[in-house]
Structures are given as C-alpha cells and as structure tokens.
Design a protein around this ligand. Structure first.
Ligand code: SAH
Length: 475
C-alpha cells in the first residue's frame, strides 16, 4: 500500500488553490463540504469557484501565481493550473516548505490525492487506486455506492445518539459488541433504511430494556428473487442475501441468483415441482419459524414476487403469530420480467387498458376460471402455471367469445439466457407448443399486445415469416 488513507479534519486548516478551472472547482467544492477554508489564485476563475471561495471567507486573487503566495501559512496547496510547468514549480516550492501539495495533472508530484468518495455522512467511504487509475477507482466507488443503503448515515447518527446509553446499560465489551451487531443487522437498521426513524428508535429502546428477550430470536426476510436474471434482484434483496445465515429456496430460484448469497450461509432446498410439492407448505412455514426461533437470520427466496401466486402470505402468518420480526421484499414478477424481455408491453394505449394475472393450473383435467371476465376487449391476460392447461384454456377462451386469432405467446424460462418466445394465434398455440420440448417455467400472454413482439423484441430482428412460423426468440 503506497498511500495511507487518513480521514482529516480540515476545519482548522488553510488551503491554497492555484487555478480556477473545472478541476480546481471540484476540489474547492470538496474542501468546502468538509468545512475547510481556501484562498484562490488564478489567471481566470469560474464564477462558481469564486463564489465557493467567498463563501468560506477566502481571498480571491485574479493574477499569475508567485512563489510568495506560499507565505500565507497554508497546510495544503492544490496546483490545478493548465500550465504543467507552473504546476511543477508550485509543487517544488511546496516541498521545500513542507507544505502538502496535490497536482491535479501529475500524480508523481502529489503528496496526497483525492479518493473517489461515497458520502453517507457521517460515514464516508473512500476508494483510491494509488495513482494507477482514478477512473477505475471511480467506477468501483459507483458500484459500492449502489450497494450501500442511503440510510447508512442516519443509522450512524442513531448509533452515536445511543452509544452512551448502551455503554451504561451493558458493561461487558463483548456483550456490547454482540448487541450492536444484532442491532445493526436487524430490525432497527431495516427500519432506518425504510425511513421509519421513530420505529427504529423505539425498537432500539426496547432492545436495550430487554436485550436477552429481544436478541434471542432471529428474523425472516421473504424475498422476491425475480424471474431468473440475477440483475433483476433489488438492492434490498441483494443486501439481505448478503447477511442471511440460512437461505431457503425452491426450484424457481435460478442458480445465478443463488450465487449472490453470502458464502457462509446454509442453503436449504425446499423445492417445488409443477405437479407436486417436495416439501409441503406447512412444513416450509414451520422450518422458517424454527430457524428464526434459533436466532438465525433467515432468507426465504421465492421466484418472482412473493405475493403473486407465491403463497408468501401463508409463510409469514405463522411468523406473525409467534412475533418473529419479518419483512417482505417485493420482486419482479414473471409477468413483468417476461413481458419486458420479450418486447410485449402488458398495456398499450392502442391495445390494452388493463391486464389480468391468473393461474392456469390444471385440476382434475380442467381449469377453473371465470371465463366471461377473461374475454373482454382491450385486456391482456397473463397466465401463470398454465402449460399443462393450455389446450383447455385456449378452448374455453374461444368458446366464451375471444377471437381464435387473438395473438398469444408462450415464454419459456423468461429473462434467463435460455429464454424462448413462441408466438401464434390463440387457436394455434396449443398445437405449436405440443410439437416443442418445453422446459419450465413458462408463462402465457394473450391479447393484441403480443403483436408488438415483432417490432419491440429486444435482440432479434423481425423475420418475414412471422405469421406461419413461431417466433422463437432467444434473449
Ligand atoms: N411468485 C412468482 C410466481 C410463482 S407461480 C412470480 O411472481 O413470478 C410459478 C409460475 O410463475 C410458473 O409456473 C410460471 O408460470 C411463472 N414463472 C416464474 N418464473 C418464470 C420465468 N422465468 N419464465 C416464465 N414463467 C415464469
């Protein structure tokens, strides 16, 4: 490590900025935001840097730099003129006077550099590439930025406020550490991240009053994993997967998504097959409860959205009964994911003003649906779990008045790299599908919006023979 990261209190330091362009302006803004004070010497200066300088009572001198400028008792100097020779001279003079210098255009002359920063005041994350590549440092910091909840600053302020109380209430250092770890990964933090500051404080107070009672239980996150593409996980889903001790998942959760789980977590398969459930629902509910009662942070990963044909409600009922803290993280449901990835808008001004999600599961060879409601015009129908029932569904819809020519699509393994899209008229779709080897999961979209697939499909150019041949699109 060539550069030691230090977080410097600059409220008492004096800075000199030489140069008045864009780079100087950025530095000026940073100094100002950290409560510093600077003077400015520049041949020409932007209005904003002049304003910044005046804001911190600095002196603005519009003229050429001269060595005597360094007599002003400065601790830091920034050389950001557009003349490399001038910058070099400034650096040389600074070194002889033991003043720390930063030269914006020449890393080799710098005593210190400005890292890419992520500001969650009072928390600050700084990323430096040494002097190798500031752009790489910035790209990395943008990735970290996306992962750190905006509420971390609030959380840090809350901790600061409670630290004296906690110190007074819990004597042992080890127990205090345990307390804070639980609090910072548990309901208190989650409340802060959701903007519920009052609830967070209340919970923290309660936890402090009865730490043993409050901290002995774990909690459950019911997480919607989206339809397959791991990029469709929400930030919150990703964050909770990183902190879970146990993850329960089923067949709809793709391998790529499981790779986002932290490596120390125990993975428990509670697979669900199309026609049978390998672990019965009540026993999944019970397992969630048991893990939580044993103090574990449990993530229950569900395909799509937990509250859309996901039995998510049932899984949390038992937890609520036992007062186990839980939260539900919405996911992108298969309808949205498959529609977007296959270029079929679910609603469209000219085609459909409403959309219905229905389950098309076969029971005793038939599908029980309110057919009259499903055949109205200007409506898109999305059918989950409908592959086996497709012939019955198509027949019933047509019998109840939907045109046999209504465009229909079957999307196989939507949003994954194996996605395929089959389109045909409603009357032809069942026979077309019968001839294919289809790998679940699949989703059907029925309605005139499906005709837009030809023009809006993401990767594939439209083909000439769309009417006769199925469009089999790969993502
Ligand atoms: N909670 C889930 C739905 C669970 S029901 C959600 O919100 O998406 C399971 C059905 O969802 C499957 O039978 C299939 O119809 C549909 N489904 C889920 N993922 C899918 C995918 N990647 N591609 C196509 N259909 C999918």
């Amino acid at each position: 490590m060539k550069h030691l990261p230090l977080f410097h209190d600059i409220t008492q330091s004096r800075w000199l900025i030489v140069g008045g362009g864009i780079v100087a302006g950025r530095r000026a803004q940073l100094i100002l935001s950290a409560g510093g004070q600077f003077d400015l010497v520049a041949l020409a200066a932007s209005d904003s840097i002049v304003a910044h300088c005046q804001q911190c009572d600095g002196v603005v001198s519009i003229r050429a730099w001269q060595p005597s400028d360094l007599n002003g008792d400065y601790q830091f100097v920034i050389a950001a003129t557009d003349d490399a020779e001038v910058n070099r001279q400034i650096a040389e003079q600074c070194k002889s006077k033991h003043i720390a210098v930063n030269v914006a255009t020449d890393a080799s002359l710098c005593d210190f550099t400005f890292p890419a920063t992520i500001d969650r005041d009072p928390l600050t994350i700084a990323v430096s590439s040494g002097t190798a590549s500031p752009i790489l440092a910035r790209l990395l910091s943008e990735r970290i930025d996306a992962l750190v909840p905006a509420g971390y600053g609030e959380l840090a302020r809350l901790v600061k406020k409670f630290r004296p109380k906690v110190r007074a209430a819990i004597e042992s250092g080890a127990q205090r550490k345990h307390f804070w770890e639980k609090v910072l990964l548990g309901g208190v933090a989650e409340n802060v991240f959701s903007g519920k500051m009052e609830a967070a404080e209340q919970l923290l107070e309660e936890t402090l009053r009865q730490p043993d009672e409050q901290l002995k239980h774990g909690e459950v996150y019911l997480i919607g994993a989206g339809p397959g593409d791991p990029d469709l996980l929400t930030f919150r889903a990703f964050r909770l997967l990183q902190q879970a001790d146990v993850v329960l998942y089923d067949r709809l959760v793709s391998k790529n998504i499981l790779q986002q789980v932290n490596q120390n977590a125990e993975l428990v398969y509670v697979g669900k097959q199309r026609s049978h459930h390998s672990v019965p629902q009540p026993s999944i509910n019970q397992r969630l409860l048991d893990f939580a009662l044993n103090g574990k942070r449990v993530a229950r990963l569900k395909g799509g959205d937990p509250f859309i044909f996901g039995r998510g409600g049932e899984e949390i009922e038992l937890l609520a009964e036992h007062r186990i803290p839980f939260q539900v993280v919405p996911g992108i449901t298969a309808a949205s994911g498959c529609a977007s990835y296959s270029g079929i808008p679910l609603t469209h001004r000219d085609h459909a003003q409403s959309v219905r999600f229905v389950t098309g599961q076969l029971q005793d060879g038939t599908v029980d649906l309110p057919w009259e409601d499903l055949v109205s015009d200007n409506q898109t129908l999305v059918i989950y779990m409908g592959l086996n029932g497709l012939p019955v569904i198509a027949k019933q819809l047509i019998a109840h008045g939907l045109s046999p020519d209504t465009p229909a699509a079957l999307i196989e393994q939507g949003t994954t790299v194996s996605q395929k899209v089959y389109t045909a008229s409603l009357s032809d779709l069942p026979s077309l599908i019968e001839k294919q080897t289809i790998a679940p999961p699949t989703l059907m979209i029925i309605g005139s919006v499906v005709s837009l697939h030809k023009t809006l499909h993401w990767f594939e150019p439209p083909t000439d023979n769309e009417d006769s041949a199925p469009s089999i699109g790969h993502r």
